[in-house]
Design a protein around this ligand. Sequence first.
Ligand code: UD1
Length: 417
Amino acid sequence: MQKLRIYGPTRLQGTIPVSGAKNAALPVLAACLLADAEVELHNVPSVQDIRTMLRLLEHLGVENERLGDAVILRPTGRANPDEAPYELVKTMRASVLVLGPLLARRGHARVSLPGGCAIGVRPIDLHLTALEALGAKVTIEHGYVEARADRLQGCRHRFLKPTVGGTENLLMAASMARGTTVLENCAREPEIVDLARMLTAMGAVIEGAGEETIVIEGQDRLGGATHAIIPDRIQDGTYLIGAALTRGDVTVDGARSADLAPLLAKLDEIGAQVEVGDDHIRVRNDGVLKPRSIVTEPFPGFPTDLQAQYMTLMTQAEGVSTVSETVFENRFQHVPELVRMGADIRIDGTYARIHGPAALTGTSVMATDLRASACLVLAGLVARGETTVHRIYHLDRGYEQMESKLQMLGGRVERID
Ligand code: UD1
């Protein structure tokens, strides 16, 4: 199994390009199940989760061809199963995103229940209730969700709470339902806006993506499209946190400041210099970091996917800060590993208290999930000596060549078998 070895401390300095957003590309790829013609996607990141989704699409009858950062997808026209098997869903929860489009286009879908994952229980009940509101008959048997509907029927539905995947599944399903669907209390993440742009390019009629209420006029057919995936705000945010953490100077070319507003506001508050240009973000820090607390929330709040990385940053601030995780119930698994590196962090449920600054030292640490892996790599950059991060297959699910980007910034990081 591969590991990352980091030699610290280092100062990150330089410019890196953005990568396409994994969390935007996954629903956009699922939407290709709705297209009756070729789709051309650009800025598709080369990460493990995307490879898993492409395999799932092949299994479902959409073939693909990769050309650099572009992927061309074509319906094969062959009779294919309408089923997402356990073997694929268990490695990637986002496989449930094929439920909505399969059901809307083919009238039937069978998708393995994703089950729990390291960061929490993560049910899909809100997806299912919303599909039922559109007229689907949903049953759960033998660990699979089975949904049927001759033709989904537009309706008004209010999500009990905002769900990113649920909003995306319903956007896709309603785009081919009969009549108008009004979705209320929707998630407002930039990835949802990107999916709506893609569906619109395919011929869907959608209003309000990025707001709480989205109105969708269902279509009888959706065609091909050409679409460029938005930049990955979580990857960009990770490197910008790295700049503040290592008292460095990092520019991310192509980054979108609106998508990163809550992080940039915090970086400014803690004393880093944030420069926002039309097509880049630069973060510098040459002084003392002030402690500032965060509460994770759905967009436009502070993203849960940057919580672990921000916590690493706060281990170097002068004083006490707190992190309150409100989105997932078990997202502090990085804390014991940070503590082993010398951090002073106390947890009380979904609330953490960090006393800084801590003199971190390198050791062997275990990654437990995607974003936790990134926070341990960041910790390795400021720790004295050698840090080895094990189980980096988590990292490879969502970070495109992290060691190469860190090397471009002067980080001493290597991948070892
Ligand atoms: C997406 C992101 C993930 C990010 C999360 C929150 C992708 C592929 N993944 O995950 O990186 O951390 O948004 O920003 O885009 N919930 C229910 N029932 C449901 C659905 C969700 O109770 O049917 C709960 C979840 O357990 C969680 C909260 O709602 O506590 C938010 O989850 P959701 O927004 O759906 O996250 P994902 O789409 O799974």
